[in-house]
Ligand binder design. Structure first.
Ligand code: AMP
Ligand code: MG
Length: 417
């Protein structure tokens, strides 16, 4: 592994692991809550602990299609017992009678276990012979019975405040009969792109112009992050236009998110405007793509300024803004899943910054994880993101890295997929 110097590797650059807690210190979770109906609860953050208001399951029932019987009636010496069927218990329509010695009841999966029976013999181990059911290989008492309350008893906590409601949680809520749930208010994020060169899709490009792609990729990320999104379009590189856009955005949203205009070019007016209208700090982070990242306040809104380069804006969103949004939503930001994989293409890297190169993670013929880099890694090449299914994390002082080296990868999660 050879190590070259990188002009950006000034000692003042902060490692992202050090910066993230400091960025998080600057924001607080929303406190307002609202009640939403279950079909609208997906992705929302639960605002209260929830306890089961019923036992789960609510009644003893069968986990198999078979025969409900009294274990005491079985001849466990001979492994053969003959029982007389006296009725049926269907899911939703239980058997109404009572158990009698040497009888059984035909029972379906999910049907209530009739009173007096304690065991279910699966139908594959029973043989019907006219009016008699022969039971073979009896199992233990209680076999194939799901007992009332075996998963949860009434009053037990099922979900903790501060979790994000996913598909499984929706099901859990429905299982305990919750038709609505108290969640934190959804965050509202206002976004605008800055740049005289940017044109909206659907328009013709004049020389020197490009389409505004960040507004769409960031919109995708915000939707996946489950926040409400306010699209303020493209704002020209003009201090007055940027000032008006900031004022409008801050009056509408919890976070104002922008892309472009946070470097030190002559047309980068964000700093000038925010110095007058709010506060802004430029974070010189040792990450690539991504430097610089701006954060501040305008009115009551948090401001995050992403770099304009399309890959940089997505990666800084994912690594820095997403944890900030999680905290503001009432969630606890969690560290991404990291795996080790063998590098199958060489990596070029200068020492000095943590790099998130875009990779394709797969299993090779031996069943081992390997990762290939998605070709050129220019911070303007958005196809490197769309081809990828993971980020390859290369540490700050790592240099060029050879095929066969073990590297750390972060598979894309639900926000990036
Ligand atoms: P900036 O951060 O404004 O200096 O922009 C850096 C680079 O990203 C320039 O090449 C811009 O043209 C490009 N860029 C900025 N904003 C966008 C955008 N919304 N969509 C696509 N490219 C952009
Ligand atoms: Mg610009």
């Amino acid at each position: 592994m050879s190590v070259k110097a990188d002009p950006c590797s000034q000692p003042s650059l902060m490692h992202p692991d050090q910066a993230i807690p400091l960025l998080l210190e600057q924001v607080s979770p929303v406190s307002d809550t609202e009640v939403v109906l279950l079909p609208h609860a997906l992705g929302r953050v639960l605002a209260e602990d929830l306890a089961a208001c019923i036992d789960l399951p609510p009644f003893d029932n069968s986990s198999m299609d078979g025969y409900a019987l009294r274990f005491a009636d079985l001849n466990t010496q001979t492994n053969q017992t003959s029982l007389r069927p006296i009725g049926s218990s269907f899911a939703g329509h239980g058997f109404q009678g009572e158990a009698k010695p040497n009888t059984c009841v035909r029972i379906m999966t999910g049907a209530p276990l009739p009173v007096g029976y304690d065991t279910v013999q699966m139908q594959e181990e029973a043989e019907v012979d006219g009016e008699i059911v022969h039971i073979r290989h009896p199992k233990a008492q209680g076999a194939n019975v799901r007992c009332r309350g075996e998963e949860l008893t009434q009053g037990t906590k099922v979900l903790n405040a501060g979790i994000q409601i996913g598909a499984a949680e929706l099901g859990v809520l429905a299982t305990i009969g919750a038709s609505q749930v108290r969640v934190y208010r959804q965050l509202k994020v206002a976004f605008f792109s800055t740049g005289d060169e940017l044109r909206p899709v659907g328009s013709e490009l004049a020389p020197g112009q490009i389409y505004d792609s960040n507004r769409y990729s960031i919109q995708g990320l915000l939707k996946r992050a489950n926040v409400e999104w306010l699209d303020l379009g493209v704002i020209a590189d003009d201090p007055e236009a940027i000032r008006q856009a900031f004022r409008h955005a801050a009056s509408q949203a919890d976070m104002v998110l922008t892309s472009g205009g946070v470097s030190v070019g002559e047309a980068d007016f964000t700093k000038q405007v925010l110095d007058e209208e709010g506060q802004i700090t430029f974070w010189k982070l040792a990450i690539k793509p991504g430097k610089p990242f701006a954060m501040g306040k305008i009115g009551k809104a948090v401001f995050c300024g992403l770099p304009g380069n399309p890959v940089s804006s997505m990666v800084t969103f994912y690594k820095l803004v997403w944890p900030i949004l999680q905290k503001m939503q009432g969630l606890t930001p969690v560290a991404p899943l990291m795996l080790n994989a063998t590098l199958s293409t060489p990596i070029r890297k200068s020492s000095g910054r943590v790099e998130y190169q875009r990779g394709i993670l797969s299993r090779n013929a031996q069943g081992e994880l390997e990762v290939a880099i998605t070709g050129s890694q220019g911070s303007g090449m958005l196809t490197s993101m769309s081809l990828a299914n993971c980020l390859v994390l290369l540490e700050q002082f790592q240099g060029d890295t050879a095929v066969g080296t073990q590297v750390t990868v972060e598979p894309f999660n639900s926000v990036l997929c």
